[in-house]
Design a protein around this ligand. Structure first.
Ligand SMILES: [Zn+2]
Length: 96
């Protein structure tokens, strides 16, 4: 359970969850593993929510991240990894 890969994935999942909650990211309505830019492009909003949760002692976040900075860095990372405006899976389904 404590392998590094699993831990990194859990950190990503938590960061993605916060990004989706604030509208920074959204998932394709058809492919829920496909991350797209959301309606709210303000990274700061996700940082604020993350910081507030961390400070409040959120059990999952404080277990996964040793400090707030680590959490906000991870959010920045997952947002940078998001795809284009269009879902790659929908595109490859051939509706071009
Ligand atoms: Zn899709």
């Amino acid at each position: 359970m404590s392998d590094m890969l699993g831990h990194a994935e859990a950190q990503n999942d938590a960061a993605i969850g916060i990004a989706i909650e604030t509208g920074l990211l959204q998932t394709c309505p058809i492919h829920d593993d496909s991350l797209l830019p959301g309606p709210n492009d303000i990274l700061e909003d996700a940082y604020k929510l993350a910081s507030a949760r961390f400070k409040a002692g959120d059990e999952e976040l404080t277990r996964l991240f040793s400090n707030q900075r680590e959490l906000t860095d991870r959010i920045k990372r997952v947002v940078e990894l998001r795809g284009d405006d269009e879902c790659g899976s929908c595109n490859s389904a051939g509706n071009a």
